[in-house]
Write a protein that binds this ligand. Structure first.
Ligand code: PLP
Length: 472
């Protein structure tokens, strides 16, 4: 118990390089994660974290998150010379919760932010400007000015944005490391909406378009302060090999720029995030260590210590550590299909409901006491509470027959699911609770309180302004 509760950062410092990965492997094994989840579900029901009054909640496995953070750090320590500057900036959009950012910060992880809101969350979490990176294709002058005043790293997304940065740094000096986002146009993955390296992607400067590569080199020749290069080639659905190709293309461009400038002007390469998550089982595959080793084999110059590194992983750090737990309110049958009507639907699993083919989730069945349900399986629809027919977490999924008062869990939902509420039907944001499970004892701490009905009314204009339209 004791050794796990310590921040993993201390582990890494005490035990030396590369060791944290071995130490956390047991914690990260699929069987161990599944066992912790089953304990947490049982305890969540027993302790009233999920109840008739709070019929849906998000659960976060704190030991799992710490283990993944430590494994990410040791993965890149293992392939770079000692002293290579490496910043792992968690993509805040994946799990935009301040307590999660603080937990990651204690584990030595910074923040990648892409909006004023995300920057505010990172600052509220106490993440240092030096550990923060601002990306986004639509930064306003005010956002840019704030980031440059704070000294936060900024990656310009377009020639127009670079021109704004030019003007701003002439009027006020900055300590911000500055870079340019490029799109190597290597192609898309299996999910079009998340593929950022297609020929026509809205992100970055399209390197293969006519004249653009030369424009980029000239942009660096003209700006000695442009010292970083950034690419994020895509998220879920990108094969590892394609991600490696995207990074290789970015590295080759950095080498070309430095050769043309005649000095090591580009000193840091930001490789983005995007490592895919296995939504099919409890195993974590691919791992950050596999990705780092593949980069070492394919792009050795990137990791030989001449460049500082920034990574921006989101989903691969958090997804497998989240469980969305919901009560079954009713069961029914329609057209011969059994349907379990639960409290988890489009408001907490938006992508899965609207794009089920791209985002299938594993569903686990638990009984009224939170014990795993066993027995012969029957194809059932797992429906959410929202008032449209497509509000289904899963269709015709083989599960032990569900009954009112049972529970269903949507697995691997720690990133881009319950932390990102969609307010359809004015359904309240559920609570999010971290848990630890040591020696059979499960403890919870609330990361986000459930939204109240008063808050729903206030956020829907029900405050002092409620007569505004009538008075017009
Ligand atoms: C979304 C995003 C990430 C994180 O992507 P994951 O797939 O969650 O790892 C990183 N960098 C940028 C620029 C992004 O837009």
């Amino acid at each position: 118990m004791d050794h796990v509760e310590q921040p993993e950062r201390e582990h890494a410092a005490r035990d030396g390089r590369g060791r944290a990965d071995d130490e956390t492997r047991d914690l990260r094994s699929g069987a161990a994660a599944a066992a912790r989840r089953d304990l947490a579900v049982r305890a969540a029901v027993e302790q009233g974290v999920v109840s008739p009054a709070a019929p849906v909640a998000g659960l976060l496995d704190i030991a799992g998150i710490r283990a993944s953070a430590a494994a990410l750090r040791s993965a890149f320590e293992a392939v770079t010379p000692r002293g290579t500057p490496v910043l792992h900036a968690f993509a805040v959009k994946a799990t935009p919760l301040v307590p999660v950012l603080r937990l990651l910060r204690a584990a030595g992880i910074g923040a990648e932010v892409a909006s004023p809101g995300e920057l505010a969350l990172a600052r509220a979490a106490g993440i240092a400007p030096a550990d923060t990176v601002l990306d986004s294709p639509a930064k306003t002058p005010a956002e840019l000015r704030q980031a440059l005043a704070l000294g936060i790293a900024v990656n310009a997304d377009s020639p127009q944005e670079l021109a704004r940065v030019d003007a701003l740094i002439q009027s006020a000096p900055t300590s911000s490391p500055l870079g340019l986002r490029v799109n190597s146009q290597i192609g898309g993955g299996s999910i079009g909406a998340l593929s950022t390296a297609t020929a026509t992607s809205k992100f970055g400067v399209p390197l293969r378009d006519e004249g653009v590569r030369e424009w980029v080199v000239q942009a660096y020749l003209d700006r000695p302060w442009l010292t970083r290069l950034h690419a994020h080639s895509g998220s879920q659905g990108m094969p590892l090999e394609m991600m490696v190709r995207g990074v290789a293309a970015t590295y080759e461009l950095a080498e070309e720029i430095n050769a043309r400038v005649g000095r090591r002007q580009v000193d840091t390469i930001d490789i983005g995030g995007g490592l895919a998550v296995n939504f099919g089982s409890d195993e974590e595959t691919p791992t950050h260590a596999q990705y780092a080793r593949r980069l070492k084999a394919r792009v050795p110059g990137l990791l030989d210590g001449r460049y500082g590194l920034v990574t921006e992983f989101g989903r691969s750090l958090l997804a497998k550590h989240g469980t969305l737990l919901a009560r079954v309110e009713y069961t029914k049958e329609a057209g011969g299909r059994p349907i379990a009507v639960t409290h988890a639907g489009v408001q907490v699993a938006t992508r899965t409901v609207y794009a089920p083919a791209s985002w299938p989730l594993r569903i686990a069945a638990y009984d009224g006491e939170g014990r795993p349900k066993r027995g012969t399986t029957v194809g059932q629809d797992i429906a959410g509470p929202a008032c449209f027919a497509g509000d289904l977490l899963a269709e015709n999924r083989p599960l032990p027959p569900l009954a009112p008062g049972d529970h269903v869990a949507a697995l691997d939902t720690g990133a881009y699911y319950f932390a990102q509420h969609y307010s359809y039907n004015s359904l309240t944001r559920p609570g999010v609770h971290g848990f630890t499970a040591y020696d059979g004892e499960v403890r919870f701490a609330t990361a986000r309180e459930p939204q109240t009905l008063d808050a729903i009314v206030a956020e829907a204009g029900g405050g002092p302004e409620r007569d505004a339209l009538r008075r017009l």
